[in-house]
Design a protein around this ligand. Structure first.
Ligand SMILES: [Zn+2]
Length: 144
């Protein structure tokens, strides 16, 4: 697996995104996610093969850089640096979401072509033990 690039299903609630370190993300999934989610997450996190539209690709890469800067500031513990990087991250995230919505029809088609999983139900993955709740909501299955 390449270390950096666009991947499908890096997280459960975004269909694809830039991942600056895929090996690190895989390790984090194994270490922190619920046991019933790990196999699905690992199976579905895979590189995007197509060249994304420039606007989308640029927004995704900018968000990836902003995420790394924010994570570094968090680890450094500098409030000033954290505030600055948070603002840049928020702006980059808004731009990324805007691009995702702008290209939603193309992304749905590309997802069907490249990934084709049945677990992705906009706007999130359905894991074993979860049920869909009507208008896009997904929750843990009620045991009662
Ligand atoms: Zn998928």
């Amino acid at each position: 697996m390449d270390k950096a690039g666009f991947y499908w299903h890096v997280r459960h609630n975004i269909v694809l995104e830039w991942c600056s370190d895929a090996e690190e993300r895989v390790a984090a999934i194994k270490a922190t996610k619920p046991v019933n989610e790990v196999p699905t997450r690992l199976r579905l996190m895979k590189p995007v093969l197509a060249k994304l539209p420039d606007e989308l690709a640029t927004a995704g890469e900018v968000l990836g850089v902003a995420q790394v800067a924010y994570d570094n500031a968090t680890q450094a513990g500098s409030r000033k640096e954290l505030a600055a990087t948070q603002e840049v991250y928020n702006d980059a995230f808004e731009r990324w979401l805007g691009a995702l919505y702008a290209y939603a029809p193309e992304l749905k088609a590309l997802h069907a072509q490249e990934c084709g999983c049945t677990e992705w139900r906009w706007p999130g993955l359905v894991f074993p033990g979860m049920v869909e709740q009507g208008s896009g909501g997904i929750t843990k299955k009620d045991k009662s």
